[in-house]
Design a protein around this ligand. Structure first.
Ligand code: PLV
Length: 329
């Protein structure tokens, strides 16, 4: 008997093997070859589909009847996409500040959208409430072993594409799911010595605050424009990763993230969210160069990989508005 599309969706991965592109422009700035892991070309516009796809498949196999996901936007789009493929209804809970284009995209995926609270943490409380219903499962956007396991595929792809380990890997940190998955992936492929430059924007720097304090810290509020990095507290697992990987926690300013978005658009003709601009700012703002000069990245870097994590909550008008807000235009 032939299996239905929803049955097949339980076993085939939802994510795409993304291109790894050497960027001439970013290599010029960094002074070493810079490779871009283009997660922005995932079917849902961000890396989130790796972990969330894996999570949703596993709970679908166990008979989940409704998926609920709280999100700054991108996790929700991935959850809604996977739910549609799996033939399961989904409710996505987002902060009130969510852009209309993200809401439309979610509705286009067939999801029910609820807006609750000012930041992700508040939307998350509503999602946890909803998930108490019979047959409903909460999809955690970053804090779950299945999410981290799903994200490890990114590192396996890097190993296939590069062969030899890069000198450093740059990524953005929100709740720390990407960091936890990449850290686990590096261990899995035997690249645990590769330093991870973990970047946040000021005002969404819950990982940096935790690293400095040596314990989890809850920020009083999220003031950064990078709302998708805005988890007031990171996952405990993210902090634990600092014991297994060499992680350099760094904070950039919002204006540096937004400048990086603009320069990346001009250099590579790709438009990404502030959450991703934060990672790109490590190159454009000179942060990577400073870390190298301070000897914190090892002697001579062979290459650098930047995870272009992507993001949907952006268009040309929004970029202009962000630039104006931060006095950049
Ligand atoms: N965004 C989550 C959490 O938001 C979400 O709900 O979509 N880059 C992009 C484009 C992202 O969307 C996110 C997370 C990150 C980076 C950070 O990933 P994390 O949370 O795994 O560290 C509040």
């Amino acid at each position: 008997m032939e299996s239905s599309p929803a049955e097949r969706a339980k076993s085939e991965p939802f994510h795409t093997v993304t291109p790894l592109l050497e960027s001439w422009a970013l290599s010029q700035v960094a002074g070493v070859p810079v490779f871009l892991k283009c997660e922005n070309v995932q079917p849902t516009g961000s890396f989130k589909i790796r972990g969330i796809g894996h999570f949703c498949q596993e709970v679908a196999k166990k008979g989940c009847r409704h998926l609920v996901c709280s999100s700054g936007g991108n996790a929700g789009i991935s959850a809604a996409y996977c739910a549609r493929k799996l033939g399961i209804p989904a409710t996505i809970v987002l902060p009130e500040s969510t852009s209309p284009q993200v809401v439309r995209r979610l509705q286009g995926e067939g999801a029910e959208v609820q807006l609750a609270g000012k930041v992700w943490d508040e939307a998350n409380l509503r999602a946890q409430e909803l998930a108490k219903r019979d047959g409903w499962v909460n999809v955690p956007p970053f804090d779950h072993p299945l999410i981290w396991e799903g994200h490890t595929s990114l590192v396996r792809e890097l190993k296939v594409a590069l062969g030899t380990p890069p000198g450093a890997l740059v990524l953005a940190v929100g709740g720390g799911g990407l960091l936890a998955g990449v850290s686990a992936g590096l261990v899995e492929v035997g690249w645990q010595h590769v330093p991870i430059v973990a970047v946040e924007t000021r005002g969404a720097h819950s990982f940096n605050a935790a690293v400095e304090a040596g314990r989890l810290v809850t920020l009083p509020s999220i003031t950064s424009v990078a709302k998708c990095l805005g988890a007031k507290t990171v996952a405990a697992r993210a902090l634990a990763c600092t014991r297994e990987s060499k992680i350099l926690s760094e904070v950039v300013e919002d204006r540096e993230a937004v400048d990086a978005m603009q320069r990346f658009l001009d250099d590579e003709r790709m438009l990404v969210e502030p959450a991703c601009g934060a990672a790109l700012a490590a190159v454009y703002s000179g942060l990577l160069g400073r870390l190298q000069a301070e000897g914190r990245l090892g002697p001579a870097l062979a290459s650098v990989v930047v995870v272009v994590c992507g993001g949907n909550s952006i268009d040309s008008r929004e970029l202009q508005a962000l630039r104006a807000q931060l006095g950049r235009s």
